[in-house]
Ligand binder design. Structure first.
Ligand code: ADP
Ligand code: MG
Ligand code: MG
Length: 876
């Protein structure tokens, strides 16, 4: 087999073989763009190199000589010939672009003789010696493993001694001295002189580039981007062009559109009299590409025209590397450019309008997560600001504010007009009001689906979890990491998209769905079959979700309505009640509040379906923590300041909280189990729902009510719940005669419910898969503990392919979903099917829901646009 192809032979489709860079260099050569000639050693050769114990296979060496001869003929130059020296660049180029991760060597072919020839030929000794010192430096670094820092130090010393500031100010003589010292340094460190034989240089360089596939940087990059480790890289050997030949030369990078905003304009930077990495090295500040229009108008025009050609050819925004040598333009690389989420959307939509791609292609080009990122506040620009510490990026968006350590303080400070960041070791449902009040949440424990993360994402708040470096001392109201200690009231900024935490305040930009994004999403709507609903508990959330395109509420968690400061005491009164009469009294107090909640939701949704789930969590979530109560009571006793009445009350509390305490609350007295033992709670909720519906209807607002029962595992539970609900409705109709129609359905979140879906469907108008609990119970993982304790290890070590709380587990949990859907529909062909777990807002899981034939997915408001796009992509 052939292991080397000249640029004239290859084409763009051979990416696997030639790597991205090589395939595109060949493609550009094929269409006649000014690419310096060269050839590509294939990825196959790289794999053979590793298979032979990191040795260049014999055949590759032979082909290398042939390819070189051909290149010499083509260029009329010769490797190692001082009278016409051929100089080469040796460049890595993997299948997936890994910018800057692997190594490049420039000016290869120079030695003590050819450098003199180059000086003479160009009449520019300074230039020739600059190339040579660069070669030795890169060769030393890449091939010999001598950190380039050593070479820079040597050069710095010379610059300093000569009283110079810029590299470009060094004369040929200075450079000559530097080169001598470089060579002495190499001999000293490696016991070998810098190789004077150019072919030996080439052979070693090729091997080193192959080896760079396995350097630490490249490995980490591949891990982050899920690129397989065994692909290997190609090597491109190309004749050099020189941007460092004077002020009519230069090198730069250009994007065919602005990669930050997507604006259609040539965007980029260049440096005069420079080579290779000088642009990114940050030693000299590059100039904006527009300046080129003034300094080299013809070059600018040609670059603009080539940029346009390339974009049309590849049908996407291009990131182009170019070099100008004495006024002549050369293109050294092109690839689809990386871009921000905002730019990605604008570019895709614009390309459709310019008839370059079709709508379907545009929809496929956007990652659903990119859409989500657009909806959160972001920091304007980080500049060179460094993060203080890092945690898990749990809920995207940026927030800045003053540190508080309790939910109550968060609420109090916010009422006083302060923006706050709530900093807690972890959060519990008790902290919900604090989370609601805060601009952002930061915890030192817990994973990406911990309570704080889920709630924050639901609210579209920035949240960083599991920042274990932080020492949070709530009692002293201070938080520290390393040397640095911050106190209550100090300002920090957190970026929930990256997990970075900054000290101080960073400037922010507000998110808006750009017109392009709106347009893209309407194309998605035309294409998708799955409906998209939202999980919303408040009219504000419901309205927000509708503005993002939600087509109903798939889950309203009624318990959130009881957490609020005004209602919690009434709820607690209900829980503390000793008798049915007492409980009913408290419930009667809650009724009008609930009615208002529901009416608000119905109004916000204007006739779209609203699924209300009856009370789900165990009651102990509404009462104070037992430990805290005990501590409090001991404190008071020791202080001796107890009034007997208070004391009695306290003891009752302790008794009650003890009684509510459960060993496994998530498997305990909750969901329909609660409603079946205290039917009056469910009855009150149904009454509130019906009153609200009637009120809206009488005002001409249509309503579609769906009442949902949580945690059903046996058909009889649902049967009894239906009786309770219909009984309550009947009473209401008898009393005032205005019937409200509603559907009754069930969550499918207990495995047994999924398995017996055929029986359960007989009693249900709809199923909604509660995949959070279903995953928890199918795996037998406690959702609140698993992530922090072992799940990350499982994922890191590939025991599990993904965190099943984030990406629906198709083979296990998914099988239950599929089975229940089929069985349920067999019993009841009218059965509506939806999903309301966190998975309803995750693209792979949405794809699965589409395949299984669900009617809708429901997700938090900020994920609605993502879900619209993912549902459309599932259709393709
Ligand atoms: P990376 O993949 O890190 O971008 P490249 O292989 O693109 O590495 O090489 C880095 C830089 O080296 C290029 O951007 C270009 O400036 C310079 N370079 C590479 N090949 C040549 C060449 N034939 N002539 C001049 N400069 C080159
Ligand atoms: Mg490059
Ligand atoms: Mg549940």
């Amino acid at each position: 087999i052939k292991t080397i192809y000249s640029f004239g032979e290859g084409k763009a489709e051979w990416k696997e073989l030639l790597g991205g860079k090589g395939a595109n260099l060949a493609e550009m050569t094929r269409v006649g763009l000014p690419v310096p000639p060269g050839f590509t050693i294939t990825t196959e050769a790289c794999r053979a190199f590793f298979a032979e114990g990191e040795r260049l296979p014999e055949q590759v060496t032979l082909e290398l000589r042939d390819a070189l001869m051909e290149l010499q003929t083509l260029t009329g130059k010769e490797l190692g010939n001082p009278n016409a020296p051929l100089l080469l660049s040796v460049r890595s180029g993997a299948v997936h672009s890994m910018p800057g991760m692997m190594d490049t060597i420039l000016n290869l072919g120079l030695n003590d003789e050819t450098v003199k020839g180059l000086a003479q030929l160009t009449g520019n000794p300074r230039f020739a010696y600059d190339c040579y010192r660069r070669l030795i430096q890169m060769f030393g670094d890449v091939v010999l493993g001598l950190d380039h820092y050593h070479f820079e130090q040597i050069m710095e010393r010379h610059k300093h001694a000569a009283g110079l500031r810029l590299d470009t100010e060094l004369s040929a003589k200075h450079l000559h001295a530097i080169i001598e010292e470089y060579q002495a340094f190499i001999l000293d460190k490696t016991d070998q002189p810098f190789p004077q034989d150019p072919f030996e240089q080439l052979r070693q360089a090729v091997e080193a580039v192959f080896q760079s596939w396995n350097n630490a940087r490249a490995r980490i990059y591949r891990k982050i981007h899920h690129i397989p480790d065994d692909l290997g890289t190609a090597v491109n050997v190309q004749s050099m062009v020189f941007g460092n030949r004077g002020n009519d030369s230069g090198t730069g990078v250009a994007f065919t559109r602005n990669p930050a905003t997507g604006e259609k304009e040539l965007y980029g930077e260049f440096l005069l009299n420079a080579q290779g990495e000088d642009v990114v090295a940050g030693i000299r500040t590059p100039r904006p590409i527009n300046d080129l229009a003034h300094s080299m108008p013809e070059v600018y025009e040609e670059l603009t025209s080539i940029a346009h050609k390339l974009e049309q050819h590849y049908q996407d925004m291009q990131d182009i590397e170019f070099t100008v040598e004495q006024g002549r333009l050369y293109i050294l690389q092109t690839r689809n450019g990386k871009r921000t989420a905002q730019a990605a959307v604008k570019i895709a939509v614009d390309l459709v309008k310019e008839n370059v791609i079709d709508r379907e292609e545009a929809l496929l080009r956007i990652e659903p997560e990119q859409i989500e990122r657009l909806l959160h506040r972001q920091f304007a620009e980080l500049g060179d600001r460094k993060a203080w510490v890092k945690g898990l990026p749990a809920s995207p968006g940026a927030a800045t504010g003053r540190i508080v350590f309790t939910a109550d303080d968060a609420e109090r400070w916010t009422k006083a007009g302060e923006a706050v960041i709530l900093v807690r070791p972890e959060t519990t449902p008790d902290d919900i009001h604090g989370i609601l009040a805060a601009k952002g949440i930061l915890t030192s424990r817990g994973g990406m689906t911990s309570h704080a993360a889920v709630v924050a994402r639901g609210m579209g708040k920035a949240c960083i979890c599991g920042c274990e470096e932080l020492r949070i001392d709530g009692s002293q109201k201070r938080v520290s990491a390393g040397e640095r200690v911050l106190h209550e009231g100090d300002r920090i900024s957190i970026d929930g998209s990256t997990g970075q935490i900054f000290i101080g305040e960073l400037p922010m930009i507000e998110p808006v769905l750009s017109p392009e994004c709106e347009e893209l999403l309407t194309w998605a709507d035309e294409m998708r079959r799955l409906q998209v609903r939202t999980n919303a508990d408040t009219p504000e959330d419901a309205k927000k979700a509708r503005s993002f395109g939600a087509e109903g509420i798939g889950l309203c968690r009624t318990e959130h309505m009881f957490m609020d400061a005004a209602r919690l005491p009434v709820m607690q009164k209900m829980i503390m009640a000793e008798t049915l009469a007492e409980r009913k009294e408290a419930l009667a107090e809650l009724l009008p509040m609930q009615k208002e909640d529901f009416a608000g939701l119905f109004r916000a949704m204007e006739g779209l379906p609203v699924t209300i789930r009856l009370l789900d969590p165990p009651l102990h979530e509404f009462v104070p923590d037992l430990e805290e109560l005990l501590v409090e009571s001991t404190k008071q006793q020791m202080a001796g300041s107890i009034d007997p009445h208070k004391r009695k009350e306290q003891e009752q509390w302790i008794k009650k909280v003890r009684a509510l305490n459960e060993a496994n609350p998530m498997l305990g007295h909750r969901g329909c189990r609660l409603a079946l033992t205290y039917p009056e709670i469910a009855e009150m909720q149904v009454e509130a729902i019906l009153q609200a519906a009637e009120e809206c209807q009488s005002q001409g607002i249509p309503v579609q009510v769906e009442i949902m029962i949580p945690l059903v595992g046996h058909v009889n539970e649902l049967k009894r719940m239906r009786q309770i609900i219909e009984g309550a409705a009947m009473k209401r109709t008898e009393r005032n005669g205005s019937p409200v129609t509603f559907r009754v359905g069930t969550m499918i979140e207990v495995p047994r419910a999924a398995l017996t879906a055929d029986e359960i469907a007989a009693e249900a108008d709809f199923f909604s898969f509660g995949t959070n609990d279903l995953t928890q119970m199918t795996f037998g993982y406690s959702r609140d503990d698993a992530e922090g304790k072992f799940l990350h290890t499982y994922v890191d070590e590939k025991i599990l392919p993904e965190n099943p709380f984030m990406v629906l587990d198709r083979n296990g949990v998914g099988k239950l979903v599929r089975w229940a859907s089929q069985q349920g529909r067999q019993t009841n062909p009218q059965l509506k099917l939806g999903i309301c777990g966190e998975h309803g807002g995750e693209k792979q899981s949405i794809q699965f829901c589409h395949e299984v034939g669900l009617d809708y997915v429901s997700c938090s408001p900020y994920r609605v646009p993502l879900a619209r796009l993912a549902a459309a992509q599932a259709e393709v």
